[in-house]
Design a protein around this ligand. Structure first.
Ligand code: HEC
Ligand code: HEC
Length: 327
């Protein structure tokens, strides 16, 4: 063994020697050698790889306790959660269409347009301003918000506790009496199931190159090269940062100045756009975004390509494509 005479440091010296060889000879070959043989090995794959893109596919919904899920779904559709017992979460968040709705048709005092509940579980904070850290905290606020359901947890629990079927369903799911933590947990469990995987864009991300047309692919390239992706990124194409709006030019209503960047998942079906609903169409929203956030005036072709890309972000809920609701 040649290492033996070198004493106890031999393994380390040996390792350093191997690294020197690697740096001196192997790396230059890997990075510079342009022979046909190595090029064919080293050319990046043309199939998009998930790791290489700033957006990742929506996962399948998590596997959860079916009893809690069923209870959550029932509560989400229960109008006893509102002060006058006339509307439920589902009245403003229609999961048969886009997970949102015109909240103003139910409650004219809501200050902002309705955010969809689809994929909300994947956002890092909840609400236009990102005020809530968990679905449970957000649900509690929805119930108590004077401009929303204007109820109180106490009143809701009293009303639900008077209903033997809910009490029994709760006991089966949670093994205890109906309480606030359990009620909010059931609603949140249901909301975590409201994911919309399988959009055409996600199919493309997973390697199906025919899932997108050339125009849609060029729209995605523009989305990245213009810098949209610096704010709209990650699994939800947004929903993971706070940002100012109207950085270069005013955008929508001034206040609040800082918003959680909205997700662009299913954006094509979610008009009107912005927190105040001031952009009626996707074209309009994209044009205004480029000018307000990036100081760019887009050509009609660029707008067409970007909106074509954005339309590929529409996913499926329980296998059925998400659709726009008729407002
Ligand atoms: C009167 C209409 C209305 C009702 C009823 C309502 N919501 Fe909402 N919801 C909204 C509006 C408007 C927003 C956006 C508000 C904001 O950001 O300030 C919103 C936001 C949300 C969000 C945040 C989504 C995201 O991506 O950040 C979730 C989650 C949500 N609601 C769940 C619920 C649940 C659960 C209930 C029932 C307990 C409920 N909502 C009841 C109108 C409503
Ligand atoms: C500096 C961060 C930033 C950049 C860059 C940016 N956005 Fe946005 N985007 C936002 C914020 C913040 C909002 C919410 C604005 C509001 O509601 O008033 C938003 C909203 C949107 C909306 C409306 C979403 C909805 O549900 O209402 C679309 C569409 C959109 N952006 C597309 C784009 C496109 C396309 C680009 C590139 C041309 C882009 N954004 C660049 C931060 C950004």
């Amino acid at each position: 063994m040649i290492a033996a005479p070198l004493g106890p440091n031999a393994p380390i010296i040996g390792r350093i020697a191997r690294w020197l060889v690697w740096f001196a000879f192997v790396l230059p070959i890997l990075s510079n050698d342009q022979t046909a043989e190595s090029a064919s090995v080293l050319t990046p794959p043309t199939t998009p790889t998930i790791e290489a893109e700033p957006i990742t596919p929506i996962p399948q919904p998590p596997v959860v306790d079916p009893l809690k899920l069923a209870l959550g779904e029932r509560l989400f559709n229960d109008s006893r959660l509102s002060h006058n017992q006339t509307f439920s979460c589902a009245s403003c968040h229609d999961i048969h269409t886009d997970g949102a709705n015109s909240s103003h048709s139910v409650e004219p005092r809501m200050p902002f347009t309705t955010l969809t509940v689809f994929n909300a579980a994947l956002n890092f904070r909840l609400g236009w301003q990102g005020n809530f850290r968990s679905l449970e905290a957000q649900a509690k606020s929805s119930i108590e918000n004077p401009a929303g359901m204007a109820s109180s947890i106490e009143d809701v629990l009293t009303r639900l506790n008077a209903d033997p079927t809910i009490v029994q369903q709760f006991e089966q799911a949670y093994g205890r009496e109906l309480d606030e933590a359990g009620m909010l947990d059931a609603i949140a469990t249901y909301e975590r199931s409201l994911l919309t995987p399988d959009s055409r864009f996600d199919q493309w991300l997973k390697g199906n190159q025919t899932a997108l047309t050339m125009e849609e692919q060029s729209g995605y390239k523009l989305f990245k090269s213009l810098g949209c992706v610096s704010c709209h990124q990650g699994v939800n194409v947004g929903g993971n940062l706070y940002e100012r709006h109207g950085i270069f030019h005013p955008l929508a209503s001034r206040g609040p100045a800082i918003l959680r960047v909205p997700s662009l998942r299913n954006v094509a079906v979610l008009a009107p756009y912005f927190h105040d609903g001031s952009a009626p169409t996707l074209d309009d929203a994209v044009r205004k975004m480029a000018r307000a956030q990036l100081d760019q005036t887009l050509t009609d072709d660029q707008v067409a390509a970007i909106t074509a890309f954005l339309r590929t972000l529409t996913g499926k809920y329980r296998g059925t494509p998400v659709v726009t609701d008729v407002r």
